[in-house]
Design a protein around this ligand. Sequence first.
Ligand code: HEC
Length: 128
Amino acid sequence: MIRKLATVLSVLAVVTVIAGISTADEKKENKYSTKKFMQAVKTGGLHTKVIKGEASEAETKLFAAYVKALPNNKPPKGSAESWKKLTSALAKATRLHLAGADGSAEALTKAMNCKACHTPHKVYPPKE
Ligand code: HEC
């Protein structure tokens, strides 16, 4: 009887863990999608504030979280290598800028170049 109970409990534990993992993944995906990042960049100029050092702590954290999630978001177009190159350059520039490195504002501005990334990875005209 005790053994049976233990089996039931361990199965339940496994199911709970699996369920937890998948919901966490979904949340992450929705919260830091490329689209959401782009909307923050466009409407709020989130990256501009970060580059100028005018972002609040919350905005800085949000920007860093978007940048961190970006390499794992699949772009609608373009090669995986190109995406990896652009997003890791952005991650590196962000890291240096937040650490206050010399010339980091220019480097981050360059890494955030809209057209350099949209040309290979964004579909025109945008799907509505
Ligand atoms: C590292 C790559 C990258 C950079 C840099 C980048 N974008 Fe994007 N952007 C994308 C991708 C990929 C999409 C398409 C997202 C999708 O459809 O899922 C996109 C889509 C957009 C969209 C449409 C969002 C929507 O709701 O469909 C806007 C607006 C946008 N970007 C603005 C900007 C602006 C402004 C800049 C420069 C300041 C910029 N982006 C820099 C990759 C980038």
